[in-house]
Design a protein around this ligand. Structure first.
Ligand code: ADP
Length: 319
């Protein structure tokens, strides 16, 4: 292995830059040439590829987004698209590729590996929804962004004696909602993985109100329902002063937390180690604070389930 490439793909996540930096510096440390592919698989097909050096990744460890940019590319889902991508990589003499992204991006990495080109997946997504790793790059930063926003909302909720329904990201996974809810003492946490009824939510609100709580916070993962609709139903049932806040894309940006920077550095470096040993078709992750790697196909066979103990604890602590 003399030359490897790195790309970011799918939804961006804070910490991706720290991962790119780790891949580039670790590769150069081991005497490899390293190429950056700009704009995910779309950039690969277009040949948006440049050689990177130590300085290319200077001053990026603290920045959100991805300096390699990201994209979604339908063409790469086809066999023709993948073969075109492979031809591009060969054109540059690249022999292995690090793909930083979510499970969609991992499917692309798996497809290339099946065509005989070794790829390693580095989990970068705020949703923390990748199986086989306790945490993904970006989750901690998104969580802290949510906490910061909820703390501010809490101040005004208390002043005005209001109930706030706050919608956070997570179309199919409730990790952000669950962790934010526990970290912020939300009265109810509504996530796609756990069925809920409005009656139960209302009951908890009333209990809190009866014992003199001046505000209530309900956190809804977008996959569990619309905050607007849920807010309407709560208002109808209680007549409490109810407000909605949809946090949206602020959750995707911002300077990565120290935890995300360290995680990204460790995972990026391990991905290079695997390619050095010509080990493709692997995903890297962290389990019990140890860096691990596993067959990338495992990601598609399992779900990163939510921690039920955390969910139960959040209910107990918010009575
Ligand atoms: P994420 O990586 O954040 O989950 P997407 O699911 O949008 O984001 O996937 C990102 C890109 O990965 C897609 O636009 C496509 O180029 C590639 N990809 C997704 N699924 C496949 C697949 N089944 N085969 C090959 N490439 C895929």
């Amino acid at each position: 292995m003399k030359k490897i490439g790195v790309l970011t793909s799918g939804g961006d996540a804070p910490g991706m830059n720290a991962a790119i930096r780790a891949v580039v510096r670790k590769a150069i440390y081991h005497g490899l040439e390293i190429y950056g592919v700009y704009g995910g698989y779309a950039g690969l097909l277009n040949g948006d590829i440049e050689k990177l050096d130590l300085g290319s990744v200077g001053d990026i460890i603290h920045k959100g987004g991805t300096v390699l940019y990201t994209a979604r590319c339908e063409e790469f889902k086809t066999r023709e698209g993948q073969e075109k991508g492979l031809a591009r990589l060969k054109e540059y003499g690249i022999e292995g590729l690090v793909v930083i992204g979510g499970d969609g991006s991992f499917r692309g990495a798996e497809a290339l590996t099946k065509l005989g080109f070794p790829c390693v997946g580095v989990p970068g997504t705020i949703d923390n929804d990748i199986a086989g790793t306790d945490f993904t790059i970006g989750f901690d930063t998104a969580l802290n962004t949510v906490i910061d926003a909820i703390d501010k909302i809490r101040d005004t909720a208390t002043s005005h004696e209001r109930t706030f329904i706050i919608e956070v990201m997570g179309r199919s996974a409730g990790h952000i909602a669950l962790w934010a809810g526990l970290a912020d003492g939300a009265e109810s946490i509504l996530i796609p993985e756990e069925p809920f009824s409005i009656e139960e939510v209302v009951e908890r609100l009333k209990q809190g109100n009866d014992r003199g709580k001046r505000h209530s916070i309900i956190i809804v993962a977008e996959g569990a329902g619309s905050a607007l609709e849920i807010g309407k139903k709560i208002k109808e049932a209680t007549n409490y002063d109810t407000r909605i806040s949809v946090l949206g894309h602020i959750q995707r940006g911002g300077s990565p937390t120290a935890c995300d920077r360290v995680l990204a550095s460790r995972l990026g470096a391990h991905a290079v180690d695997l390619l050095l040993h010509k080990k493709g078709g692997r995903a890297v992750g962290i389990v019990n604070n140890k860096i691990v790697d596993y067959d990338i196909a495992e990601v598609f066979k399992h779900e990163h389930t939510i921690d039920k103990d955390l969910f139960e604890l959040s209910k107990i602590l918010s009575i």
